[in-house]
Design a protein around this ligand. Structure first.
Ligand code: SAH
Ligand code: F3S
Length: 453
């Protein structure tokens, strides 16, 4: 049977989509190739959020095609995901050897299109149409089959799209309007994963706090999203629940309270800030102020003092002054994030921000980016060191990505811990004593309590 290789750019939603496409193809009898050179079909699952991500995928495709020509292989090539959606046929005009362009509502059709391409029944396929019900079509998981390595953690896509239309963001155009799956359908998928050995589930969407807003609505002062978390929490055998990404606008007290009421919901929150300046937040159409953002963080810390809080920040949005930038710096100082992804503003096609006056010069954006990155690194400096000597609960995920001889797990507040252990530890919740720390990783020994069991 033919083999396929999928390379993924961008966010966790893209990783999840790639997994679902891979699982779908494996179910049809395809094998997963170890490298792009060995594959009969190479798919690039693309990201459009920043220009650099698009350029990377386009250059990669150019190189793949050049290489295939040189080696005279008969490989098939496809783009899928966000850039496939936003650029469509233009990608084939630019790279005529591309065989497939598959939009964000069409992942579940990958199998049939690739079959047809390989059988010679179709020449080139571009499908970026909207499809009703596609939000529920991303359901296959790679460990549905007889995969050698059992997954301990899994992503579950709960909704597609976003209606917030932040002025810098292309996602509402590439992913479409918000569409949520039903709670029942999501719980069923989670339960199957748990039956297969999964211990931790991350609920995924571009704006999960908007989950089911229209389709399900609030009940007893609980948003549809909190109702979903409660339903997933009921699943026996599941140890941990995470979610990403929420939006500050929808981060209500019911969600804060969920961290108190639901022990499987771990102390970890990724809450995108974007800017600390109210003037910028307004221009960005974010729908909250710096004060409101800080209030949410304070509420979370009031119920869970050790919550691991991460964020996303954009520097160099059109019109950002030094004062605006300083507001971001000061809020970072005040809030002490565990980690912050800091992005240089990148103008995106058809977004309102791309047409705003006062686009900042590249050098200024670079300079602010470097300054904020430094400041955030410094602030975080002691945070991991403080754990040395403490005992933490980790879920052991598998071999460490840094050193395959050792194992890697995560604390409830989402810090990576590397330690010496054996196969039997994988998938276990266990306590580890932290013996040393780098700025982004903890190192530990299994604590005595576990050894006596
Ligand atoms: N709702 C999603 C957003 C996806 S984009 C989420 O919260 O994960 C991920 C991050 O990319 C955003 O939070 C933002 O910080 C950044 N981003 C989005 N558009 C951008 C742009 N045009 N330029 C630079 N960074 C951008
Ligand atoms: Fe993008 Fe804002 Fe939605 S960042 S994904 S438009 S919440």
């Amino acid at each position: 049977m033919p083999s396929v290789f999928i390379k993924t750019y961008g966010c966790q939603m893209n990783e999840r989509d790639s997994e679902a496409v891979a699982a779908q193809l494996v179910a049809k009898g395809y094998s997963l190739a170890g490298s792009e050179d060995l594959a009969d079909v190479v798919l690039l699952n693309t990201c459009s959020v920043r220009d650099m991500a698009e350029q990377k995928a386009i250059n990669k495709m150019g190189a793949l095609i050049g290489n295939a020509r040189k080696r005279k292989t008969n490989q098939k090539f496809g783009f899928m995901g966000c850039m496939a959606q936003s650029r469509g046929k233009e990608l084939i005009d630019r790279l005529p050897d591309v065989d497939l362009v598959l939009g964000t509502q069409k992942f579940h059709r990958a199998g049939e299109y690739i079959d047809a391409l390989l059988a010679g029944n179709s020449k080139q396929v571009v499908d970026t149409e909207a499809e009703k019900g596609s939000e529920a079509a991303i359901r296959e998981h790679i460990n549905d089959g007889q995969s050698a390595k059992k997954a301990v953690t899994a992503f579950v896509s709960i909704m597609q799209g976003c209606n917030q239309y932040c002025t810098f963001c292309i996602v509402p155009y590439t992913r479409g309007k918000e569409r949520s799956r039903t709670i029942e359908d999501i719980v069923k998928e989670c339960r199957q994963l748990v039956d297969q050995g999964v211990k931790e589930i991350t609920l995924l969407g571009q704006i999960v706090t908007s989950f089911g807003r229209r389709e399900i609505g609030s009940k007893d002062d609980k948003s549809a999203f909190v109702q979903l978390i409660e339903a997933v929490h009921e699943i026996e055998g599941l140890d941990r629940i995470r979610f990403t990404s929420p939006h500050p606008k929808g981060y209500g007290d019911d969600l804060v309270q969920a961290f108190v009421d639901l022990p499987k919901l771990v102390e970890s929150a990724h809450l995108p800030l974007q800017s600390g300046s109210n003037r910028m937040l307004k221009l960005m159409h974010r729908g909250y102020t710096r004060e409101r953002f800080a209030e949410i963080i304070q509420k979370l810390r009031a119920v869970k003092p050790h919550m691991g809080i991460g964020t996303d920040i954009i520097v160099g949005f059109p019109g950002e002054t030094e004062e605006d930038f300083q507001e971001t710096m000061s809020l970072c100082q005040e809030l002490q994030f565990q980690n912050a992804f800091i992005f240089k503003y990148s103008p995106r096609k058809n977004t309102p921000a791309a047409k705003m006056p006062d686009q900042l010069p590249e050098e200024l954006i670079e300079e602010r980016h470097a300054r904020l990155l430094n400041a955030v690194d410094e602030l975080r400096g002691g945070m991991y060191q403080d754990y040395v000597g403490q005992e933490v609960e980790i879920l052991v995920e598998g071999p460490s990505r840094k050193n395959a001889e050792r194992l890697e797990g995560r604390t409830r507040c989402n810090k990576i811990v590397i330690f010496d252990g054996g196969q039997r530890h994988i998938g276990q919740l266990m306590n580890v004593r932290v013996t040393s720390a780098s700025p982004t990783t903890l190192y530990g020994d299994p604590a005595i309590v576990n050894l006596t069991e």
